[in-house]
Design a protein around this ligand. Sequence first.
Ligand code: GRF
Length: 203
Amino acid sequence: KSIVVLISGSGSNLQALLDHFADQPERARISAVISNRADAYGLERAKAAGVPAHVLSHRDYPDRPSFDRALAEVINRYQPDLVVLAGFMRILTPEFTDRYIGRLFNIHPSLLPKYKGLDTHQRALDAGDTEHGCSVHFVTSELDGGPVIIQARTPILPGDSAENLAQRVHQLEHRIYPLAAQWFVDGRLQLEAGTVVLDGTVL
Ligand code: GRF
């Protein structure tokens, strides 16, 4: 199976996926990494792993639809079974999300449906929440709104700052993203009529 990963930054989730799939090249591999930013550190991680790395700057395109079309063109060269958004900080058009529906994942640093969008850690603190976490979900045209596949949670402790909370949530992200991707490439996980099915059971 072929997995294409889209990034904009550090790429620590990309690294977790590279590490996870490194020992099963016949079954599944990260076949390409695409960043919309030339300075994304994740590009170095891709190169270090011997994975083709592309930069496609949204600034080179007049509007979102044309950027998304160019993005799809690069993605499709790798005939992916799964496309993974790993800290990819661009809103995608419905044309793009529809094209990859059921084989497009995102990870979001909150317990969805709470705190869609940015600044999730600070928002969880400000709300006085007692727990926080992250979610892997199928991407639909609704931003951070697609069906959730798996979540991981951590208690919010007295004295927690947005920074150390983010760090703990990141550790959880690195555990659940490879897990969900493995389920998918093993054919155990599907999106069926808008709901998530794992091993034949609706989640
Ligand atoms: C993660 O917190 C992810 O949930 C969010 O962007 C961040 C990406 O981190 N969507 P990294 O680039 O994988 O280190």
